[in-house]
Design a protein around this ligand. Structure first.
Ligand SMILES: Nc1ncnc2c1ncn2[C@@H]1O[C@H](COP(=O)(O)OP(=O)(O)O)[C@@H](O)[C@H]1O
Ligand SMILES: [Mg+2]
Length: 238
């Protein structure tokens, strides 16, 4: 790298480091924080960087996940078509339309198909290959409204065995299933409301400390909690 010793050069170098620091997920992941704190932008970045089959459940019909995807689909037919006919596609985005919201039934069917594919891919492997990432934005919409959502929970319970990783995004962890929260070994936490702070501290995640809380006051800054360790991160580039 060229050493540019002016302010701009230093700034640039810093941004690059920040970008490189988002690692490919190896475990189920939870992304939390209040509305507007930067969760969907961050998740879209992870989605964009994925080298696996990545599926983004775009609950709020946001533009960014669609922009980062190879194919946008709206129902199971669209999903099957994308899987069967566009082998090169790695990023698929399920978005609602004016006529049709995303339903828990859509998500269940997708999960079922992914598990069938995962069984073939990872048959008899002791250490399964992780080949698929399932992003679910505002996951509480499916869990709170529709009971326990066993298919979604199954991804967090048994997905890894089939090579599938779940990435849950929510502004209301209190409405997210205990399984999803406890089976997520990686947590990315953005600015939170008082209620959520208490919630995470109840789970033994030490984000309550002043230093971390002050860090989260800065726009789109976030914390990563993994293996008992908290790391502070600067915003990702959109
Ligand atoms: N890393 C970032 N850098 C710059 N702007 C950001 C960043 N993250 C979020 N924003 C801005 O904040 C808005 C809300 O972010 P978003 O990720 O949609 O929030 P959330 O999903 O937590 O409600 C975005 O539309 C964007 O304008
Ligand atoms: Mg969002």
């Amino acid at each position: 790298m060229i050493a540019v010793v002016d302010g701009f050069g230093v700034q640039k170098q810093k941004e690059q480091e920040t970008m490189i620091m988002i690692e490919e997920p190896q475990t189920h992941t939870f992304i939390g924080g209040c509305t507007g704190s930067g969760k969907t932008v961050f998740a879209s970045k992870l989605f964009q960087q994925s080298n696996r089959l990545a599926i983004f459940i775009n609950t709020n019909n946001e533009v960014l996940p669609e922009q980062k995807s190879d194919i946008v689909f709206h129902d199971i037919d669209g999903f099957c078509h994308a899987i069967n006919h566009y082998k090169k596609a790695t990023r698929l985005c399920l978005s609602p339309t004016m006529e049709k919201d995303i339903t828990i039934g859509d998500i269940n069917e997708i999960i079922q198909i992914l598990f069938d594919m995962g069984k073939n891919i990872n048959e008899n492997k002791i250490e399964p290959t992780i080949w698929c990432e399932l992003f679910i934005d505002e996951i509480q919409e499916y869990q709170a409204k529709h009971g326990k959502a066993p298919y979604i929970t199954r991804v967090w319970k048994r997905g890894r065995r089939y090579g599938i990783i779940g990435i849950a995004i929510s502004q209301r962890p209190a409405d997210v299933s205990h399984t999803v929260l406890t089976q997520s070994e990686t947590h990315y936490l953005f600015n939170m409301g008082i209620y959520e702070k208490g919630y995470f501290s109840a789970y033994g995640i030490p984000v309550f400390e002043d230093e971390y809380m002050e860090w989260l006051q800065n726009d789109y800054h976030y914390l990563k909690y993994e293996k008992g360790k908290v790391t502070m991160y600067e915003p990702v580039e959109i």
